[in-house]
Design a protein around this ligand. Sequence first.
Ligand code: UT7
Length: 420
Amino acid sequence: MKIDNSPRPYRLHPGRTAHTLKPRAQRFAHIVGWGMEVPAQVLSNSDLEAIVETNDEWIFTRTGIRERRIADQRETTTSLATRAAQKAMDVADLLPSEIDLIIVATATPEHSFPSTASLVQDLLGATNAGAFDLAAACSGFVYALDIAAGKIQHGTIQTAIVIGAETLSRVTDWTDRGTCILFGDGAGAVVLQGSDVPGGVLNTVLHSDGSGWDMLTLPTPNSRDTYLQDGLHQANRIYMDGKGVFRFATRVIADSIKEALAPLNLTPDQLSLIIPHQANQRIIDHIAKALKISEDRVYSNIVRYGNTSAASIPIALAEAMEAGRIRPGDLIAFTGFGAGLTWAASIIEWSAVPIKPSYTVTWGRRKGEYALAGLRRPVVRWWRRLMLLSPTTWIITARKILVRRREQIQASLQKPPKDE
Ligand code: UT7
């Protein structure tokens, strides 16, 4: 980080509260839980041959993808995100009520508002958490991780859940063979927790070059692209200049990792594992070459899931943990890139010692809090409706109910008895 000491056209007024603010002890943000959820439905390259003019050989050699997962009618960005978050909470052995913040990085939220994070918060029963979505496309997970880690390091929160979740199959143009072969659905989540033990998220760099916005877009009906009569694009469909994005990605990724390592006095060869956004196997291979490290130190699972945008890094992390590829003390890097254009890299000193999830007291309480969340929802909704009524409306409504009831009783008394 560069500190600019040049004079500014303002001065800062000394804070009135300075004497009451105590300096906070240094805090570190550690990843202590991880989880992933993908739909069961598999769409293979040969299945795609029936949809567009393509073939398994072209797709595999140009992208490294063999198959991807597609959400069924009941699965949504929220349901996948919630499941991934629950799995991450199982690993961290955490209660929903202990979460302070939920961030969902997604390009396919269910609504512009409310945020998908708010829906996840409700489903989890995380009643003490703030929640918001973050839009930085395929870089979204790294951006969200940085925001959550920053709040933990600042000491304002203790526990956050960062989720990357997508249902890209719902916005894919299934007539465009240049894009429809790439994308898949899924979600991954991590639990971040504060500690005074050094390590965890060490440094993150975030970048954007909005001049390349039109290289990869998913316009809404509100976009200039779509609302103009001669609009270029259809709303809710992905458009991509594949070659342009490929060139951009291979130009920036390695440099962003080096940039994130530099202030820590670390070099790429000290990284045990790099988990990049899974966009194309050729891009993943390029990272190893550009950083002069062996290919097995750059994690890849694109063959099974395709490009799941903001979800790809946390899904890969959960798989890497499951496969024992990360050990306490390892230095790892996340790197994301995509629409915006945006790109980002984060360096993490892994500290969590994985313990097999077991049926602890917290496990039981966690299940209890999920069940309570299910009960709480209808009760709170009805209560809120009732509370919206002013006292006068309450009295008028109560009178109406009583009058109607009296009329019903009178009507029933006046009815002639039925013939036997
Ligand atoms: O997550 C956000 C970041 N996204 C990315 O990083 C994506 C980056 N880009 C890419 O991964 C690649 O550009 C693609 C995989 C999308 C495309 O690969 P490419 O090597 O750049 O192919 P291309 O678009 O230049 O097409 C080469 C040829 C064309 O035929 P002609 O014009 O040479 O006769 C295409 O029409 O391949 C043809 N083609 C296909 N053929 C069979 C394009 N798509 C297909 C297909 N099956 N699915």
